[in-house]
Design a protein around this ligand. Structure first.
Ligand code: GLC
Length: 422
């Protein structure tokens, strides 16, 4: 790869962010919106974790746009702290697109589930780039309220681990780790219809009662909890930085440690050297090896021996995750591994830039800069070959899903991390 290649990647990533910007006045109380949607064609609405990733990418375009992305999203924060995973700013305009989603709403403009709280990391990054105390003072209360909401509504057994109540809540919609809980038995063809049917059952159970829904699907998801623990620590540091009460900062730090301890106590498998999600009240481990199982690597306080096992035995193992274009969302030896997107369902094998971005910074925090750089370089190569798609064949770099996908612009932050951004 040459300097012009890096320049081309960066220019394209910035172009996508600009092209996917949507602004106007919504049918929803005439509120003003201005944000970057994931894809102008397939995802014209605002998504929670996408927007956090967009804000980080936008730091390499215009820091004011990064702040605006977060401010726009926070308009959907509810009085009880809940922030939905989707905000349907232009609902009537994109009725047709909406009809194709498996979606349950809590009012006509917002969805009824949330998504991983990447927001805290995004705001910490915005602060590092701008030192804007006023911005942090403005956005911290609703973000802290979201973390309180999660603790109050997604930790029924009070073990510090949050449970997702629907696959989409983790952001990993059709991951094969959920096949068991959803009762899916994949064959060789499309899984779109069986998945839609399983989701309908879930929504019907939810309509009956929240309790009934929990009996159908309740997963303490390792990736969600790793992002949650990281987010608590980001908030704790931010509170200290902007001079808010130390007691809040200490409390959030303690909560973060409690989540990491719970991950170690309940999800860590000493024999296999990976973490497993827990399903249902019985907390049965879901032993399907996906990139989720490596996600605690993003936590800088994860014990070194544990981090080293994740890296040496799994991440860099060619029989599992070390493919030509890593990191595959599912280990290649899993029967469900679908690198070519034959099932037409997401998160079943292809590599995603947001995953690479998180693990890149995790590896660096653990002192594994060489492996981090290798992942960054292969990500650059993947996007140069495949285009800025939503996800990629981890063996060939062919791009699938939405073209011009916004969070793949996180490549800007990887370029900056590698000292390759002008
Ligand atoms: C897909 C992804 C989800 C993402 C959404 C919008 O549903 O699985 O994680 O938030 O698209 O990009």
């Amino acid at each position: 790869m040459s300097e012009p290649d890096f320049g081309r990647l960066a220019a394209n990533a910035r172009r996508v962010l600009v092209a996917n910007r949507r602004s106007g006045s919504s049918d929803w109380d005439g509120r003003q919106f201005d944000f970057v949607c994931p894809s102008a064609l397939r995802y014209p609405f605002q998504w929670l974790w996408d927007s956090a990733f967009h804000a980080i990418a936008l730091l390499h375009l215009d820091v004011e746009l990064a702040k605006q992305e977060i401010r726009c999203l926070l308009q959907a924060a509810q009085p009880d702290g809940f922030i939905p995973h989707m905000v349907l700013w232009e609902r009537s305009r994109f009725k047709g697109v909406l009809a194709g989603y498996n979606l349950a709403l809590s009012n006509p403009y917002i969805s009824g589930i949330t998504q991983p709280p990447v927001l805290a990391r995004a705001v910490e990054r915005i602060y590092a780039a701008t030192h804007d105390d006023q911005f942090v003072g403005e956005v911290l209360p609703p973000i802290q309220a979201l973390f309180e909401w999660l603790a109050a509504h997604r930790d029924g057994d009070r073990d510090s681990l949050l449970a997702v109540v629907q696959p989409d809540e983790s952001g990993l919609d059709a991951s094969p780790k959920y096949d068991g809980p959803l009762g899916l038995t994949p064959g060789s063809g499309s899984l779109v219809e069986p998945l839609a049917a399983a989701m309908r059952q879930l929504f019907e159970a939810r309509d009956r009662s929240a309790e009934a829904a929990l009996n159908v699907f309740e997963v303490e998801d390792v990736m969600f909890n790793a992002i949650y623990a990281d987010g608590l620590r980001c908030l704790s540091r931010l509170i200290a930085l902007v001079g808010l009460p130390d007691s809040d900062s200490d409390r959030l730090e303690r909560r973060s440690s409690a989540v990491v301890q719970a991950l170690m106590a309940k999800c860590w498998d000493e024999e296999r050297g990976v973490f497993w999600d827990l399903c249902g009240r019985e907390e049965q481990q879901l032993r399907v090896l996906t990139v989720t199982s490596l996600f605690p690597l993003i936590l800088d306080d994860l014990d070194e021996p544990v981090a080293n096992r994740l890296i040496n035995e799994h991440l860099t193992n060619p029989a599992e995750f070390w493919t030509p274009f890593p990191i595959p969302s599912v280990a290649i030896h899993e029967p469900a591994f679908d690198p070519e997107f034959r099932t037409r369902c997401v998160w079943r094998g292809p590599s995603w830039v947001n995953v690479n971005w998180y693990l890149y910074w995790g590896l660096r925090a653990h002192g594994h800069s060489l492996i981090a750089s290798e992942i960054a370089n292969r990500t650059f190569d993947m996007l140069l070959r495949g285009g800025q798609y939503e996800f990629f064949n981890p063996l060939t770099a062919e791009g699938y899903g939405a073209p011009d996908f916004s969070w793949s612009s996180l490549v800007l932050d990887l370029l900056a991390g590698e000292g390759k951004l002008e």
